[in-house]
Design a protein around this ligand. Structure first.
Ligand SMILES: [Zn+2]
Length: 414
């Protein structure tokens, strides 16, 4: 019985490319830029999605909005949608409603805020947000609507979480949701975050490196460049500090082939402007180091290693060097390869796309870490072109259909 019902559900999803186009168009038009990105927030997108879901008779929609007086609606919407199954167990899918700005608009071949089909490939669409993360929103909507339209009650319930503020720190999104509703997802449940993935769908992300951004300030003393002995050159000391970053990396010898690259990485990146003219020796330098740390190390160990380097440089060059945390996101324990979420996802992928999946890690954190750190196994997986945040962000209508079928398949036991 269940087998036949699953097939009916998968079949009902298969012809839904036009529904994907309709949803994608409406969502891109509503933007959803957070106030940190100069936008008005996600309210209009949330209102549209809620009305769309309600039009299919989906009425178990819980609001866990976060107050934010920087946006016209005064709140950042977060919604929990539940469609019950035969058991208490749920398959949760989390999608975020906010997007990043279009960036340099001249790099776009089409209007970033109007979803446009490719001239030669009718399956391909362009628009800000179509991949990140509207495809996930669309898949959740397709599946929820198909469950209502077919009247099928699957073995597991379907939970659809729509959050704000993923692109600018999560404080008004998933973090708020967990503060207000710490137990809304059970450890017996399954969580998928379709916010990263691959174009063949074979990659399942089950681990992530910790992120630590360091701000390094070197203070010497400024003087005329013709009399360098009268000052302390902060730039020379900064150069020594930058060259020492590799030595710190060499102290962290662990390797883990879940990740590519398989080591912790420490990369000097941004450098703040110093003196405006050539004939002044700079007395102050500020630069940043982006550290991606394997889960076997604590971020504190990394900070200590950089402070030791700073002390060596300070002593040798007669300057002061401070190393401060600028941003940190510790890694959670990886989701085990034999966890239910990975097993079910692999089975569903085999069934819907006939492909074998493999697990791996990534260097950047996703909202999945919020589940993993609570002991809830979560996997990041999506069938996507992989061009989020780029100009000419693209998505395939057929990918959204297939992705929703994979989620549908996960709701059934066999
Ligand atoms: Zn995203």
């Amino acid at each position: 019985m269940s087998l036949k019902e699953k097939q009916i559900l998968l079949d009902s999803l298969s012809g839904r490319a036009e529904r994907v186009f309709e949803l994608q168009s409406a969502l891109t038009a509503r933007r959803g830029l957070g106030p940190d990105n100069g936008g008005e927030g996600e309210q209009s997108k949330a209102d549209y999605l809620e009305a769309w879901l309600r039009s299919f008779g989906i009425d178990d929609i819980e609001h866990v909005d976060a107050a934010d007086d920087r946006v016209p609606s005064q709140k950042r919407p977060n919604l929990i949608v539940r469609i019950p199954g035969r058991s208490e167990r749920m398959v949760w899918m989390l999608a975020h409603m906010d997007v990043v700005p279009a960036g340099e608009e001249t790099l776009w071949h089409t209007d970033p805020w109007v979803v446009t089909r490719d001239r030669d490939d009718a399956d391909l669409i362009y628009g800000r947000g179509v991949e990140d993360n509207q495809q996930a929103l669309v898949c959740g909507c397709l599946l929820a609507a198909a469950l209502k339209e077919t009247g099928i009650v699957p073995d597991r319930g379907f939970g659809f979480i729509l959050v704000s503020d993923e692109e600018t720190g999560n404080a008004y999104g998933i973090q708020h949701l967990f503060r207000e509703k710490p137990d809304f997802v059970s450890r017996e449940d399954i969580v998928i975050v379709p916010d990263s993935g691959s174009s063949d769908g074979r990659f399942i992300e089950t681990a992530e490196k910790g992120i630590l951004w360091l701000r390094v300030v070197i203070e010497g003393s400024q003087c005329h460049a013709s009399r360098p002995d009268e000052g302390k050159n902060a730039l020379t000391a900064a150069a020594a500090m930058i060259m020492g970053v590799k030595d710190v990396e060499d102290e962290f010898t662990a390797r883990n082939d879940l990740f590519a690259p398989d080591r912790s990485t420490f990369t000097p990146t941004k450098h703040e402007a110093n003196v405006p003219n050539v004939n002044t020796m700079p007395g102050k330098e500020v630069f940043y180091i982006d550290c991606r740390v394997l889960p076997c190390y604590s971020l504190e160990e990394v900070l200590i290693a950089f402070r030791a380097l700073a002390d060596r440089v300070a002593e040798k060059y007669g300057v002061s060097v401070s190393v401060e945390k600028y941003m940190e996101e510790p890694a959670a324990a990886p989701t085990p390869e034999n966890s239910a979420v990975v097993t079910l996802l692999k089975k569903a992928m085999k069934e819907v796309l006939g492909r074998e999946c493999y697990c791996g890690g990534s260097g950047g954190s996703t909202v999945a870490v919020n589940f993993r750190e609570r002991g809830i196994p979560a996997a990041v997986w999506a069938l996507i072109c992989k061009n989020c945040h780029c100009p000419n962000e693209a998505a395939r209508l057929s990918f959204a259909v297939k992705e929703s079928q994979v989620f549908a398949s996960m709701l059934f036991n066999d």
